[in-house]
Design a protein. Structure first.
Lengths: 315, 283, 332
């Protein structure tokens, strides 16, 4: 396990290196002169030259890359062309809402998916099961932004129970923080609930007629405990592998949800920066999200190894 | 048996949508582009089945025509991502020496949530249909590479491949004659899911305003336009969304059905691999 | 103690109705050991699982018959009572020790679950009991081994753990469904010795399911031979071996290598496949594979008939006719 942990942690290094190349190249893919695009066509040549200098566009690309990488490693993601603020500052200023949204969504996912999967498996001989599999397929086929629009229409505007826009920091009070986030977090969670509960159901069904459940039943263990203890513990392991995909889905979805519900998170920041062609911020946000995702992947892998005794006691 | 019927229905619906949009010019009673200021935001009626939009255009006609762009983007992304991903997966799985470097690159791409990578790429490249196809292909090929690679690793030591090797058969002949046909089923399943995901992603990009030119009717563009009329003209938002759901759902059902058809024990297999890449449909 | 009366168990498969157990009756007294022998597909495993209703339902149904355990009918028992019987009165061990333990729980936890399901014991007491049980089944260093996971055990050791789990509540009856099939030959013998010693120590009745007559030869008091869902011969172990009265049993015996076999006795294998239970043959189920089949066998399905005290066989041939036929085959 220790060996595996070290190897797995080290594998983050080459991945992050490739990630930084990709992020760096984002700017260099841009057709035309980024300085021109940022400043507009009628900018003065001096301004363009100055920005080019600031962006380091006059050096060969590999020099630019290593200069940029050097800065990034020291935590300097550059400054925003639009607001002249350091990108790191912008990201940290906008990360709170995104983080809140994701945590609440993850909570929704766990609280709904796990009991749902157990319920479906315990009623697997009824019509509920085929209904559930169809519903879970439907769940992954719905564009979340569309669902959000409909929910805003249904829950937010027609019946104004939940606010449809805005964000309250946790510092302003837990109640209003939660109140503003419930609807967006739920919308963000729906698709992932479909995926996770389906995966959990599949693995549980796979495990439900394994020999060890027969042993448990032969011991006289209650069917409910067979499902909740034996079957569930085994099904949880393969399900953790989709957890990182879930986080990816949430990170992607948060861009849409924040835009729709006007939540000032990093998704919103990214979209705004794209519209403003504020490349340092785009690069910074994308790199930041990728880094989070890589870390989540690492943690999920380690969790998987920890949960499965066959791997944990491998050495 | 029941699922068999479900798969056939899904296939029929998908083909109907595809044929319907391809032949739209031949049968659409109303123009998708004719503007009529008198007829703005009309509710669904016998004349306008899905109502009209903010320019008085027939929403039904627009939904039908919009399918062209969405399906075209989806199918082209699915094909290119499949070809690129499969090639990388085959090479990486078959030649151990290339594996490390290729997989690190693939891992690098996988380190971005797909939608986010596509978003950033479109932001850099600019929002044309070609650039969206490029961006989505880059976003979706890595998963395919992973799937193909692990399938190749599973069969690589099979006897028929060992036998071909010992007779001195050229590696590329082995890859295309013996390896590829045996990893085809996960490729087909995965490409169906990529098709579905690409349609969703294209809609999301258009909705975020970085996608296909807003004047082109696509489902995502229609939803973007309809947003502000949500309370006074809900049908404007509902129908394009339903079109997306039906199309993507039929693809997901097909993918699911194909996976079951190819491999009745797909669930068990998932469990055995150390860290299998997800093959479930995902948004 | 246990009386099975005219038991029918059906499996509803997509291909059709399988009569996996088709009118089986037998008795088992306390402390007795019986062996149920048959090929795979003979219904012996379904029969074993029926005794505590552990067949997955669907596909299994129990359309007819009774399973009386100490006078109570298991088939009509309510769920709670049935659960309290499982493990406590009737315990079971299964064929594949590699998959019969839950891979994600420690051995100790799984054993203690069996102990605590039926006995109100503190954790400490249960632990103590678990250690005793593991010692009983011959697991060295039980205290430490409780902390191990199943994958850290060999197949034979896992089967010992499963036997310990089965014995946790001192059941009156232990059903062993092919407990040695998945194990190496030397380990097989050890497990059989263990079962024997358990029987002597606790007086547990044992039903041993196997496809291998050799396995039950020196363990069982009585042997039931099953074929196509029916019992075709039932006798004391000695009678099965030395006064064989049914051609199928005889074929089974001829298919195992024996050290005491004369040079004239060739090793035979049974031709053909067990019958398709969705559409069984007319007449006697065994006739398509029977070396002594005659025209009457195509029409008549002979019931179990008396062949001596406590010796039943289902064959159209009388014992003398059968002896004559056997000689004929041996001479040819």
């Amino acid at each position: 396990m220790l060996g595996y942990t070290i190897r797995r942690c080290l594998s983050v290094v080459p991945v992050m290196f490739v990630v930084s190349i990709i992020v760096f190249l984002l700017v260099h893919l841009t057709p035309g002169n980024p300085a021109h695009i940022i400043l507009g066509e009628d900018a003065s040549p001096e301004a363009v030259a100055q920005l080019e200098e600031q962006l380091g566009l006059n050096d060969p690309w590999y020099i630019q890359f290593f200069d940029w990488l050097k800065q990034v490693v020291t935590g300097d993601l550059g400054t925003s062309v639009f607001s002249a603020q350091p990108v790191t500052e912008l990201i940290f200023a906008n990360f709170g809402p995104t983080f809140s949204l994701m945590i609440l969504s993850l909570l929704f996912i766990m609280v709904i998916s796990i009991p749902l999967a157990i319920l479906i498996v315990s009623l697997r001989k009824t019509i509920l099961d085929p209904l559930f599999t169809s519903a879970s397929l439907l769940g992954v086929s719905i564009p979340e932004f569309w669902l959000a629009i409909l929910l805003v229409l249904g829950l937010g505007v027609s019946i104004p129970i939940f606010p449809v826009a805005g964000y309250m920091p946790l510092a302003e009070g837990f109640g209003s923080w939660l109140y503003h986030l419930l609807l967006p977090a739920f919308v963000l969670a729906i698709v992932e609930i479909g995926i996770i509960s389906r995966m959990l159901r599949d693995s549980m069904l796979d495990s439900v007629n394994q020999d060890y459940t027969k042993t448990a039943r032969a011991k006289g263990v209650r069917e409910r405990d067979v499902l909740m203890k034996h079957v569930f513990a085994n099904a949880l392991i393969p399900t953790t592998t989709v957890l990182s995909a879930t986080v990816a889905g949430l990170l992607g979805g948060t861009v849409i949800i924040e835009t729709l519900f006007t939540i000032p998170g990093i998704g919103q920041l990214l979209i705004d920066s794209i519209h403003r062609r504020d490349y340092p911020v785009i690069q910074g946000v994308v790199l930041f999200i990728a880094a989070i995702y890589v870390l989540v992947n690492l943690m999920v892998d380690l969790l998987y190894a920890f949960l499965d005794p066959r791997i944990r006691y491998d050495e | 048996m029941m699922s068999q019927k479900r798969n056939l229905i899904a296939l029929a619906i998908f083909l109907l949508i595809a044929l319907g949009t391809i032949t739209a010019n031949l049968w659409l009673p109303l123009s998708p582009v004719a503007i009529d200021a008198e007829q703005r935001l009309l509710a669904p009626s016998a004349a306008h089945w899905f109502g009209t939009d903010d320019f008085g255009r027939d929403i039904f006609a627009r939904v039908v025509v919009a399918a062209r762009v969405s399906l075209a983007v989806g199918v082209i992304v699915a094909i290119i991502a499949t070809v690129v991903g499969t090639l990388i997966g085959l090479i990486s799985g078959y030649f151990r020496k290339t594996d490390f470097i290729l997989m690190r690159i693939v891992d690098g791409f996988l380190a971005f949530p797909a939608l986010l990578l596509a978003l950033a790429l479109v932001a850099a490249l600019g929002g044309s249909i070609t650039n969206i196809v490029i961006a989505l292909t880059i976003a979706f090929f890595p998963v395919m590479s992973r799937v193909v690679r692990s399938a190749v690793l599973q069969i690589k030591n099979a006897q028929y491949i060992e036998a071909a090797k010992t007779t001195g058969t050229n590696n590329f002949v082995i890859i295309f004659r013996y390896v590829l046909p045996n990893v085809l089923s996960p490729i087909i399943v995965q490409s169906t899911f990529i098709f579905a995901k690409a349609i969703l992603a294209e809609a999301a990009l258009s909705f975020l305003g970085v996608g296909v030119n807003p004047s082109t009717p696509t489902w995502g563009n229609m939803l973007q336009e309809s947003q502000i009329y949500i309370t006074i003209a809900p049908w404007f938002s509902i129908f394009p969304g339903v079109a997306i759901v039906i199309t993507v759902l039929s693809l997901n059902i097909l993918g699911d059905g194909l996976r079951d058809a190819f491999d009745p024990h797909s669930i068990q297999k998932k469990k055995k691999k150390r860290r299998p890449k997800q093959t479930a449909p995902a948004a | 103690m246990l009386e099975v009366k005219d038991l029918h168990v059906h499996l509803e498969t997509p291909a059709g109705l399988v009569k996996a157990v088709d009118g089986v009756s037998f008795r088992l007294e306390a402390g007795q050991t019986i062996g149920i022998v048959g090929e795979s597909g003979s219904g012996k495993s379904v029969l074993a699982h029926s005794l505590t209703m552990l067949n997955p339902e669907p596909p299994a149904t129990y359309p007819k018959g009774e399973i009386l355990f100490q006078g109570e009918n298991i088939l009509t028992m309510d769920k709670r009572r049935l659960r309290s019987m499982r493990g406590k009165e009737i315990a079971m061990i299964f064929q594949d020790p590699m998959s019969s333990l839950n891979p994600v729980f420690k051995i100790g936890k799984q054993l203690m679950e069996a102990i605590q399901t039926h006995q109100k014991l503190s954790k400490k007491e249960a632990q103590q009991k678990a250690i005793e049980l593991l010692t009983d089944v011959g697991i060295p260093d039980p205290e430490r081994r409780m902390q191990s996971y199943p994958h850290q055990f060999s197949g034979g050791m896992r089967q010992r753990v499963l036997i310990a789990i089965a014995l946790a509540a001192r059941p009156k009856l232990l059903i062993a469904d092919e407990p040695t099939t998945a194990l190496d030959v030397t380990i097989q013998a050890q497990i059989i010795e263990l079962l024997k010693s358990i029987q002597q120590k606790y007086g547990t009745a044992i039903i041993m399911i196997t496809h291998d007559l050799g396995v039950v030869a020196n363990l069982a008091d009585r042997i039931l031979v099953m074929y196509a869902g029916k019992i075709v011969e039932s006798a004391s172990t000695a009678d099965i071996f030395y006064k064989t009265a049914m051609p199928y049993t005889w074929s089974l015996l001829r298919s195992i290598p024996r050290l005491d076999a004369g040079a004239s006795e060739r090793l035979l294998h049974i031709e053909g496949q067990p019958p398709n239970l969705i559409d069984p043959p007319q007449g006697c189920n065994f006739h398509p594979r029977c070396p002594f089949a005659r025209d009457a066998c195509l029409q008549e399905d002979p019931p179990l008939g008396e062949r001596g005290s406590g010796h039943l066989a289902a064959c159209i041939l009388s014992q003398t006719e059968f002896e004559k036929e056997k000689k004929g085959v041996l001479l040819s």
